[in-house]
Design a protein around this ligand. Structure first.
Ligand SMILES: NC(=O)c1ccc[n+]([C@@H]2O[C@H](COP(=O)([O-])OP(=O)(O)OC[C@H]3O[C@@H](n4cnc5c(N)ncnc54)[C@H](O)[C@@H]3O)[C@@H](O)[C@H]2O)c1
Length: 251
């Protein structure tokens, strides 16, 4: 399905997990991929996987919580491929340091706010002018089921992902006139290497996992929705926070 032919897509955190799956899927759909990650080795592996499959990709080393890094991530991408059509703000994730509001360390609050929320803010801040130049485009943000339900023991992550869901709606309104669609994905437990480890250690996540109605997600399950949101097949969908959650938010 060549739904992204002639498109340029930048995916943050695509050195592993859901981001890597999306990078491979978007490339198979015809897009040129800018693989942005703080981990150079993992990012290079994603590029190799894409190239081995006949796709086109570059690696850009970037910490999404640093404005100068993000600015240069965008300009490097535009220089390499001549423009930008799709931004997928995927980098992020919770850790075992999170907890209830009375216990979670301030450091963990600012870590996840810096990475997930501020990283998404910065990505949009510097990429949207390029999408406007390209005549429109698609922004995909990464929220979480935790932004949509009351889950105990993950207060820092919940705050960051809730902020991303709210920003998504506001930015959809701000840039709809420029033909830019902004949506967010809200996955629940998805079996990336990082989350497999969290699942072993966290009884809160184990309890949530047991409530999934049709099994836990693989990274490709989330990447498939990202591909749809990136493509013109979702041309009328904007400002939405869409779950890939095996029914956990309704069970
Ligand atoms: N896996 C899940 O269960 C799940 C559920 C809901 C939401 N999410 C969200 O999906 C996204 C991806 O999750 P994942 O499980 O694939 O994670 P992952 O840990 O497998 O991959 C995250 C990638 O981001 C990179 N990264 C970390 N900090 C960075 C930074 N400062 N700048 C740039 N890159 C950075 C890492 O090097 C890694 O390659 C995250 O935003 C996460 O919160 C995941």
């Amino acid at each position: 399905m060549n739904t992204l032919i002639d498109k340029v897509a930048l995916i943050t955190g695509s050195g592993s997990g859901i981001g890597r799956s999306a990078a491979i899927l978007f490339s198979q759909a015809g897009a040129k991929i800018s693989v942005a990650d703080v981990n150079a080795e993992h990012g290079a592996t994603t590029v190799n996987l894409i190239e081995a499959n006949g796709g086109q990709a570059i690696f850009v080393e970037c910490d999404v919580s640093k404005p100068e890094n993000v600015r240069s991530m965008i300009s490097t991408t535009v220089k390499a491929f001549g423009g930008l059509n799709i931004l997928y703000n995927n980098a992020g994730g919770s850790t075992m340091m999170d907890g209830r509001v009375t216990e979670a360390p301030d450091e963990e609050f600012w870590r996840v706010i810096g990475l997930d929320l501020y990283g998404t803010f910065l990505g949009c801040k510097y990429a949207i002018p390029e999408l406007i130049k390209a005549g429109g485009g698609s922004v995909i943000n990464m929220s979480s089921n935790q932004a949509l339900m009351g889950v105990a023991g993950r207060i820092c992550y919940t705050a960051a992902k809730g902020g991303i869901a709210s920003m998504t709606r506001a930015m959809a309104v701000e840039y709809g006139g420029h033909k830019i669609r902004v949506n967010a994905i809200a996955p629940s437990v998805t079996l990336t290497e990082r989350v497999k480890k969290l699942l072993e250690q966290s009884t809160e996540i184990q309890k949530q996992a047991e409530r999934h109605l049709v099994g836990l997600a693989e990274p490709e399950d989330v990447a498939n929705l990202a591909l749809y949101l990136a493509s013109d097949q979702s041309a009328l969908i904007t400002g939405q926070v869409i779950s890939v959650d095996s029914g956990v938010t309704i069970s």
